[in-house]
Design a binder for this molecule. Structure first.
Ligand SMILES: Cc1cc2nc3c(=O)[nH]c(=O)nc-3n(C[C@H](O)[C@H](O)[C@H](O)COP(=O)(O)OP(=O)(O)OC[C@H]3O[C@@H](n4cnc5c(N)ncnc54)[C@H](O)[C@@H]3O)c2cc1C
Length: 429
């Protein structure tokens, strides 16, 4: 069976790996010169860094399975740490102990530093309510509304629920879908203890999955055509002189909307209504003796003027010492600032978190991904993998209806599309 996959992000790669493993003849078309899409490595001031700091969690089962399938070792390429949220500037800290579920969560919440007992009890009640409801809401609403309804206030709201919402959905709690947030909680805090672990890339992102996936596809006779943008699709599926029985479109939603307009208008129309959220990453090279007390530190010191959410110490993640990666999620005041102003503000926030003066960075680089993720709003429609045109399938983070825009959503969608192709057989070519 000959299958074309358009897009070499994690969704397209997952589809191509799954298809290749089942014996399909795969050709993957990627517009860029490299694979990985929105989760790729870039060269910054002589360092191999990521286009944005990515966080995986233990609950990313399909991602971990595929990393193993292609021959990479998650234990080598990802640093597993118990979930720890540390905001020293605000006197808040929470770490989940290595105890079986649900004791890890109950104890982690009750021992959270800097929050009141009433907030902790309310948080435990909130999780128990979600669990009793099987994490299904009668009607979707915003995360802020859900938190209000369940009296989630004070520091646990500000330093647990809201940062989790921003990190997972890349959408402010006032705009984010409570149902998708509940799904994320179901699979993380509501799962086994290991599901809550943070898995931070300890090698550059290309080496976590895309490089090994490409080798796997090629070893099975598949072809990868880089720098090859597919301009339009039409049935029968002929691309670059080849004819394919199936076509998996695994591009970001804004690109899919344009590509599908002529062939799957219902999907294209749905995607044309999507809104997007940015992510900014500011890399700063400090002298090598500048270190953080933990690999990932919260920057919110309790003031309303703060810009950054997290800073990562790349030296503790297999990178050079002194290199810090600041993360700025979703639309916010940071959007408008130029690089120098951003760096100055983040430098100050880091000093406040560490409660000490720091030497100025020796270099910095700002990476702005304007359309990093779709804006994960209440009731956002998601297209299924199957389109109205036989043999034309969709994959991509936005197709995985259970999840926000994440690596796990992308990988799951790719695997699901591949399985649908395999199940429907070779009757289109
Ligand atoms: C800065 C940043 C930080 C993030 N942090 C996290 C995180 O911490 N945890 C997490 O789980 N997720 C995170 N995400 C989200 C995650 O990266 C995405 O959800 C995921 O990578 C999407 O994969 P995809 O394959 O669906 O799409 P993409 O990665 O967008 O892949 C689509 C590919 O299709 C190619 N393409 C487009 N049009 C064409 C065409 N016409 N012909 C050929 N090729 C084409 C593109 O070049 C691209 O390579 C982050 C994203 C960003 C940008």
């Amino acid at each position: 069976m000959r299958v074309a996959v358009i897009g070499g992000g994690w969704a397209g790669l997952a589809a191509a790996v799954e298809l290749s493993a089942a014996g399909a003849e795969v050709t993957l078309f990627e517009a860029a010169r490299q694979l990985g899409g929105r989760a790729r490595s870039v060269d910054v001031h002589g360092h191999r860094l990521d286009n944005g700091q990515h966080i995986l969690i233990g609950a990313y089962r399909e991602t971990l399975r595929l990393i193993r399938t292609v021959g990479a070792d998650p234990a080598q390429c990802l640093k597993r740490l118990p979930l720890e949220l540390s905001f020293p500037g605000a006197g808040f800290g929470m770490k989940l102990p290595r105890l079986p579920a649900p004791f890890h969560l109950a104890l982690g919440l009750l021992n959270a530093r800097g929050s009141r007992l009433g907030e902790k009890v309310a948080a435990v009640r909130f999780m128990r309510w979600l669990q009793a409801a099987d994490y299904r809401l009668a009607a979707d609403c915003t995360v802020a509304e859900l938190l209000d309804r369940h009296r989630q206030r004070g520091k646990l709201r500000r330093y647990l629920w809201e940062p989790l919402c921003l990190a997972a959905l890349n959408t402010a709690p006032e705009n984010a879908s409570a149902q998708i947030f509940a799904n994320v909680l179901r699979d993380s805090l509501g799962g086994e203890r290991a599901d809550t672990d943070l898995l931070l890339p300890a090698v550059d992102l290309d080496r976590v999955f895309p490089d090994a996936a490409a080798d796997f596809i090629r070893r099975r006779g598949g072809r990868i055509r880089l720098s090859t943008r597919v301009e339009q699709i039409a049935s029968p599926f002929a691309l670059a002189g080849e004819t394919f029985a199936h076509l998996v479109v695994a591009v970001a939603p804004q690109h899919a909307a344009a590509l599908l307009a002529g062939t799957a208008p219902a999907s294209a129309e749905m995607l044309a209504g999507y809104r997007y959220e940015p992510i900014g990453t500011v890399y700063a090279g400090y002298p090598p003796d500048v270190r953080l007390p933990c690999p990932m530190l919260g920057l919110d010191g309790g003031t309303d003027s703060r810009l950054g959410q997290w800073v990562f110490d790349r030296g503790t993640l297999g990178g050079a010492h002194g290199v810090m990666g600041f993360v700025l999620s979703a639309h916010g005041a940071w959007d408008e600032r130029d690089g120098a102003a951003l760096l100055a503000a983040l430098h100050g926030e880091l000093e406040q978190a560490l409660r000490r003066k720091l030497p100025p960075p020796l270099w910095h680089q700002v990476i702005r991904e304007r359309r990093a993720t779709f804006s994960c709003r209440p009731g956002l429609p998601r297209p299924p993998a199957r389109t109205s045109l036989r043999g034309l399938w969709l994959a991509g983070d936005y197709v995985c209806a259970d999840y926000p825009a994440t690596l796990e959503g992308a990988v799951r969608s790719g695997v699901a599309a591949a399985r649908a192709v395999l199940a429907s057989g070779n009757d289109h070519g």
